[in-house]
Write a protein that binds this ligand. Structure first.
Ligand code: AMP
Ligand code: ZN
Length: 472
């Protein structure tokens, strides 16, 4: 299967070609763990999961690295916000490391429930401070940094390509720039690599460094850890669109200034989940979590289905009504699969018609991850009266390798009342005959049952009787 992806760097859909033939190196910006993930964050991780699964499906081996931002500082570098980890610590009386651990576990519990595949490596910022310091030293040696007011800054004027990803017009920005509140900056777009002077009281997480006791700026963790695990150039970097203008722009500047090489070949960004008050964000206080959706009676798969219903590069409007509509669709899908499982076994050889559905599905997913169209193909296939039930199951399971609903784990609908009493009687006679080692009689009884349009399946614990596979 061929894959093309919209690359934010070129603003166009490009055929995907990894640096190594069949091996893909992919980095995704991970969560800040001072609070629960909101469902907007989770939308981004679901789109990244569809990407990861599409690559897996296409035969690539994917090394997927994600950072965990457990350093307590704000996720900006103006140093004008609050230390969110410390704030949560003060509010709850818990140690900052304990808070980070708690929300990291909560994050993975959410992503597991959403069937988001775990990254190959999830790396905590607090465990990679030495790697970040080494990268800052490298930048310092190359003349990309300056020390002012106790902090180490990256000087964007030393990196000629600054702002390429976001297509920033630096002249305009310079002339129209607001006066930055940090008087130490030579250019308002410069950013901190290492803080020793914090405006926060009682900064909780501090480390020794060549510049004094302090803590790293936010952007440096992604550059340092991604290169540590994936090398100085790798294939894919993902995140939400809010990261294009500052975070990813600064990540590129640091990484490419240090190595002199192109750092990432494909930049893939997901659009926002919005609600009627606009963008969902943690700092707004009230926000929706997966837990809250569950408390309202929704299954995590309802939310996955809802997200898959929108293309990752379009804004997705959240409302309870829209989620309910997705939940209905998800329920219908699961019921359809359960009823097929009751009647059919798994077909290994697909007809040409079934193969065409698979091809259509692959074409949509391969074309910049068009999962909503892929989902529509799944439904068309399930409704097609020319396919056998067992083929439908086989196709659905294959498409599900990317959609990720884990359809194969659905329990078949047990519909015993629909098996007539006389058939059940024949089945129990057969079981009796088998117990008496009268296999000839057992086979005769099986033949009678099958003749009547039912099938018998012997499993280690029990004998299951069901309607024969419907060939239409
Ligand atoms: P954070 O934990 O705030 O660093 O965000 C984690 C990921 O969620 C990042 O890739 C963000 O770009 C993304 N994100 C934040 N808000 C939203 C939203 N409302 N919709 C979709 N993605 C979001
Ligand atoms: Zn990042």
């Amino acid at each position: 299967m061929n894959v093309s992806l919209f690359n934010t760097m070129s603003r166009s859909i490009e055929p995907f070609e990894p640096i190594s033939n069949s091996f893909v190196r992919m980095y995704c910006c991970g969560p800040t763990v001072y609070n629960f993930a909101h469902i907007g964050n989770l939308r981004t991780y679901i789109f990244e999961d569809i990407l990861r699964r599409t690559l897996d499906y296409s035969g690539y081996e994917v090394k997927h690295v994600m950072n965990i931002t457990d350093v307590g500082h704000l996720t900006g570098d103006n140093d004008d916000g609050e230390d969110k980890m410390l704030k949560t610590s003060q509010e709850t009386g818990r140690d900052v490391y304990e808070i980070a651990r708690f929300y990291t576990d909560a994050f993975f519990s959410d992503t597991d429930e959403l069937h988001i595949l775990r990254p190959s490596i999830a790396c905590k910022a607090t465990e990679h401070i030495d790697v970040m310091i080494a990268l800052i030293q490298r930048l310092e040696k190359l003349g990309h940094t300056y020390f002012a007011g106790g902090n180490v800054y990256f000087s964007i004027d030393t990196f000629s390509d600054y702002g390429r990803l976001a297509r920033l017009n630096l002249d305009e920005l310079q002339s129209g720039a607001r006066i930055d509140i940090d008087p130490n900056k030579r250019n308002p777009k410069d950013f901190v690599l290492w803080f020793t002077k914090s405006k926060f009281e009682n900064q909780a997480m501090l480390w020794d460094s060549p510049w004094g006791v302090g803590y790293p700026g936010w952007h440096i963790e992604c550059s340092a850890m991604s290169m540590h695990y994936l090398g100085e150039s790798f294939d894919i970097h993902c995140g939400g669109i809010d990261h294009i203008g500052v975070h990813h722009t600064n990540e590129i500047a640091q990484s490419e200034a240090a190595t002199g090489k192109t750092w990432v070949n494909y930049w893939i960004h997901g659009e926002f989940l919005v609600n009627d008050t606009g963008k969902m964000s943690k700092s707004k206080g009230e926000f929706l979590t997966l837990q809250l959706l569950k408390e309202q009676g929704f299954d995590p798969m309802d939310y996955r289905y809802f997200c898959i219903g929108g293309h990752y590069r379009s804004q997705l409007q959240f409302s309870w009504e829209a989620l309910q509509a997705a939940a209905n669709g998800r329920k219908n899908l699961f019921e359809k699969i359960a009823s097929l499982m009751k009647q059919a076994s798994y077909a290994h050889n697909l007809s040409d018609q079934a193969k065409q559905y698979i091809e259509q599905f692959e074409t949509f997913l391969g074309n910049d991850l068009n999962a909503p169209r892929g989902l529509a193909v799944l439904w068309s296939m399930l409704r097609d009266k020319t396919l056998s039930d067992s083929e439908k199951l086989a196709c659905a399971f294959q498409m599900d390798r990317i959609l990720g609903f884990n359809l194969a784990e659905i329990k078949p609908i047990v519909d015993e009342v629909s098996i007539p009493q006389n058939i059940l009687e024949l089945v129990s006679q057969r079981t009796e005959a088998k117990r008496n080692k009268n296999y000839k009689r057992a086979d005769e009884l099986r033949a009678i049952v099958e003749e009547a349009g039912y099938q018998i399946k012997d499993t280690p614990g029990e004998t299951i009787v069901s309607r024969r596979c419907n060939q239409n």
